[in-house]
Write a protein that binds this ligand. Structure first.
Ligand code: C2E
Ligand code: CA
Ligand code: CA
Length: 377
């Protein structure tokens, strides 16, 4: 219903000779013939003004926000227009929504760079050139290592190391997310024997890309990892960010529910940074909640960060979920988290993510340290 209303509002903002089309999801394309940048801006301003009023859906008032990207031909060629307008729209969105952005040289360079990185990533995945590093998760009560989170690392032949934040975003923007996740799941399967030497009762968390969550192939991709018998379902947990779940709640719930029926658990990642609907938390089939580093970072000096973390830990425990704090860097943060009753923690205080062959040494150090010093006891 909202999409229909939005469509109507867009039509009323343009001229009769312009074309309004829905382009999939919540994206619309407007083609304005015989126009220039100034007039394109006028159309965009009229659209923005139209969105300041709420939508009335059967008596329910909804405010929708909009981001607009503009690309103009000439100078750009017609086949590039939609792609360039989309790049400008994503830029507007990234800079806080409710904005209009015209495609420019910097965006052109960015988009070319993204395309070249995406091509390289596709090849690197096909040639198995990425690796997974593993970051231990420590039980705050016992000091044991509960498991580890798998984090992808890519050393590009000419660019050097590319940060996962960057290549995951590129993968998501260019349709490579399912391939990246498929690779990561399979890499865990192939690393399993090495990892079991470090953690006999293996618990590995794997990140699932936001855009993959709404892809019908996800379920089959995950299930196929277990067919060779190298990994069992209770050894793997999926991490899905809160914002990815909230972007498509019903679909996320359905697929995670089906995977859970197969024995595969999931965790809500980066909790506190998405658009949570707390009511929904109890209906999501997740068993673990990972508290985002942005709260942990300030937990010792910011009363609000402490209050939020403390409430999240209690809320999760009432919903029978365990909590893991992300990005723990100092003994002071650790002490606070332990007092709050948080189940587990990961972060540089314990260890960064390490190569699979190094995990056994790290686990030994962590469990040894726990008995002899104060760091994790
Ligand atoms: P994330 O899932 O929230 O992963 C935690 C990030 O925090 C990792 O960054 C980790 O190296 C970093 N980190 C861990 N402890 C600390 C700490 O004490 N302090 C600080 N400052 N940072 C810490 P990384 O490896 O750069 O990954 C960034 C993001 O990229 C991840 O965030 C995840 O969303 C995504 N990602 C990484 N690997 C994969 C993957 O295989 N597949 C998918 N889909 N996403 C991945
Ligand atoms: Ca994660
Ligand atoms: Ca996280």
């Amino acid at each position: 219903q909202l999409l229909v209303h939005v469509g109507q509002r867009l039509i009323s903002a343009v001229r009769p000779e312009d074309t309004v089309a829905r382009f999939g999801g919540d994206g619309f394309v407007i083609v304005c013939e015989d126009t220039d940048e100034e007039r394109a801006h006028e159309v965009a301003d009229r659209i923005m003004a139209g969105f300041s009023e709420p939508f009335d859906l059967d008596g329910q008032r909804l405010h929708a926000r909009i981001s607009v990207g503009i690309a103009i031909c000439p100078p750009h060629s017609a086949p590039d227009l939609v792609r360039f307008a989309e790049a400008a729209m994503y830029d507007a969105k990234a800079r806080g929504r409710n904005r209009v952005q015209v495609f420019n040289a910097a965006l052109a360079e960015e988009s070319a760079d993204r395309l070249s990185l995406s091509n390289d990533l596709r090849d690197a995945l096909a040639r198995d050139e990425l690796v997974l590093y593993y970051q231990p998760v420590v039980n705050l009560r016992t000091g044991e290592v509960l498991g580890a989170e798998a984090l992808a690392r890519w050393h590009h032949p000419t660019r050097g190391p590319v940060s996962p934040a960057k290549f995951v975003a590129v993968a998501e923007a260019t349709g490579l997310a399912p391939a990246l996740d498929r690779w990561a799941l399979d890499r865990v399967r192939r690393d399993a024997a090495t990892l079991r030497r470090a953690l006999p009762s293996l618990h590995i968390n794997v990140n699932i890309s936001a855009t993959h969550l709404s892809d019908p192939s996800l379920e089959e991709t995950v299930l196929s990892v277990f067919r060779t018998g190298d990994l069992s379902v209770d050894e793997l947990m999926l991490e899905v960010t809160e914002s990815a779940m909230m972007a498509n709640l019903e679909q996320a719930r359905a697929v995670l529910e089906r995977l859970k029926a197969h024995g595969i658990q999931s965790a809500i990642d980066d909790f506190g940074t998405g658009y949570s609907s707390l009511g929904y938390l109890s209906r999501l089939p997740a068993s673990k909640l990972k508290i985002d580093r942005s709260f942990i970072e300030h937990i010792t000096e910011d009363a609000d960060a402490l209050a939020i973390t403390s409430s999240v830990v209690r809320l999760a425990s009432r919903l029978r979920m365990i909590t893991v704090a992300e990005g723990v860097e100092t003994p002071e943060q650790l002490a606070v988290l332990r007092d709050l009753g948080c189940t587990g923690a990961q972060g540089y205080l314990f260890s960064p993510a390490v190569a699979p062959a190094r995990l056994a040494d790290v686990v030994k150090r962590l469990t040894g340290t726990d008995r002899s010093t104060d760091v994790a006891s």
